[in-house]
Design a protein around this ligand. Structure first.
Ligand code: NAP
Length: 275
């Protein structure tokens, strides 16, 4: 009987290396509980040279879904049967899920960028993305999906911004001239403002002119210097926590077909961040 019970538990998890503290197990295991699903989600630290063996086990033991983080977001692509449009646009995968017998790769960070902006509503004609790392590609893909007409990217290392600008057919702005821009939306995808040595810094130490929304992907602290100054200037703000929660909700939806309660998920993650 106990054996049968174990066999029916659907297995999910996250791989990365090193895999530090992650809020994903708490979020997804709470989700499974909410819907009474026989499923569990675990953290599997997996160094690069163990990825192949892990994926053999994933398929053999019929694991149902996987979150993928650094350093596997590119290398995992060779193990999937097909990519969603979002994963193709970003050029990286953070979620594996089964569509019948087809192992799909998606990038739910795009949903994490798009959904909080959709909830704000209103018309956005221009966006400036600060930073040109992995998260910025999801932010640019999200802006494209939202149909924002003029999208620009600015980065300390100009060549990295230029590479993304070429991939997505968007504009580049010199890091030293970014203050001349007057976008409707600013997205920070640098770590400036993050807890620790960078906390007192901001990627936008300038006035906000006509900017309507400022979205900071940094989520610790929740209220970064950038968000505080933007709110003082009258902009609407979106915390990095929203990106994390929405990308997690999208993973849960892909795996189970079910929509988790946004407020409940946010409160759960907030509680985790406090400890
Ligand atoms: P990444 O790939 O390492 O890219 C970091 C980017 O920030 C690079 O373009 C880098 O510029 C720039 N940068 C780093 N230090 C800087 C500094 N002192 N001054 C100016 N620019 C600087 O990192 P990522 O994965 O894209 O993550 C970026 C941020 O987003 C992190 O704070 C991360 O925590 C956050 N994030 C949040 C979520 C979420 O769910 N909310 C998800 C993913 C990431 P160079 O090219 O010049 O080095």
């Amino acid at each position: 009987m106990a054996y049968l019970y174990i066999m029916t538990i659907k297995q999910y998890g996250i791989i990365g290396y090193p895999l530090g503290h992650t809020m994903s197990p708490t979020l997804h295991n709470w989700g499974f509980e909410q819907f009474g699903l026989q499923a569990k989600y675990e953290a599997w630290p997996t160094p690069p040279d163990a990825l192949d063996a892990f994926m053999t086990r994933f398929k053999k033991e019929n694991y149902r879904g996987l979150s993928v983080t650094i350093p596997h977001k590119l290398t995992i692509m060779e193990y999937v049967d097909a990519l969603t449009d979002r994963a193709q646009a970003v050029g990286a995968v953070n979620t594996l899920w089964w569509d019948n017998d087809t192992l799909m790769g998606d990038n739910t960070d795009v949903a994490g960028a798009v959904n909080p902006l959709r909830l704000k509503g209103g018309q956005l004609n221009s966006a400036l993305i600060l930073g040109a790392g992995g998260a910025s590609r999801a932010a640019v893909a999200g802006c494209k999906e939202l149909g924002i007409e003029t999208i620009s990217i600015s980065n300390r290392t100009a060549s990295k911004a230029a590479a993304i600008a070429t991939d997505f057919a968007i504009n580049t702005v010199d890091w030293d001239k970014r203050q001349d821009e007057t976008p409707d939306l600013i997205i920070n995808s640098t770590p400036l403002g993050m807890q620790g040595d960078l906390q007192s810094q901001t990627p936008w130490p300038f006035s906000f002119a006509s900017t309507k929304i400022v979205f900071d992907l940094v989520y610790n602290p929740l209220e970064t210097r950038l968000l505080q100054e933007a709110a003082q200037a009258g902009c609407e703000t979106i915390q990095g926590l929203e990106m994390f929660v929405h990308q997690g909700l999208e993973q849960f939806r892909l795996w189970t077909g079910k929509a988790l309660d946004l407020d409940g998920a946010r409160n759960l993650v907030l509680e985790q961040l406090r400890y």
